[in-house]
Design a protein around this ligand. Sequence first.
Ligand code: 13P
Length: 258
Amino acid sequence: MNRKYRKTLIAGNWKMNKTPSETKAFMTELKAMLPKGRWCDIALCVPAVCIPAAVRAMRETRVGIGAENCNANPSGAYTGEISTAMLTDAGCKYVILGHSERRAMGETDEEINAKVKAVLEAGLVPIVCCGETLEQRESGITEEWITMQIKLALAGIPEEKSRKIVIAYEPIWAIGTGKTATPEQAEEVCQLIRVVVRKLFGSKNARATTILYGGSMNEKNAYELLAQPDIDGGLIGGASLVPAKFVKIIEDANQPTA
Ligand code: 13P
């Protein structure tokens, strides 16, 4: 991380876990444990039906609530979908986009790009995910793959909006597997992402972009990962479902910066 130039963000991705009642209980417990210091931003991206309970519970805190997906269209005949206006009105601040679990369900780079534009237009913060499979890593194409994913997701975004974008590097082989990337592996790709952002939006914007690591990040390995210069936070799945573990990761983000 480098707090001089950019924000540190510890974000949870609950995926398809917890009901609205469980959300309320979790938030009550988390609120009581939240550190007083403000060394990082904190976000919890929760299932759509849990957003109202999460927003209500965290209103007086600095925890921003987010969604895990949205539709790029403003409104209309899209059964089951949720627009950015709905999320904004519900009190959301963040939206995760292009998570590998959604890409596996058929989400395309073009759709992700349209969603990034819609989310920025609505004044929300997109957390744009990218990541390679184990097969891609082993065949040595990680760099090309990540570069392509980032270029496609951010195509046509005006430079002045680029600083609002958070990028999350989530190697697919590390998600939910307990197999974390080493700090060196994660740093290498996060550094590459910053180079891609620099080519797209210039060096000042690249320096100001928050880049997260995700993939089995937990209370045991977070400190070392967050100590890397280009890892500005985490996108945390499993460990964000337990208040004590999530708080420990927030505390691990309180470290001296280069
Ligand atoms: P885990 O932390 O459970 O591996 O999940 C990571 C993730 O996919 C966050 O978006």
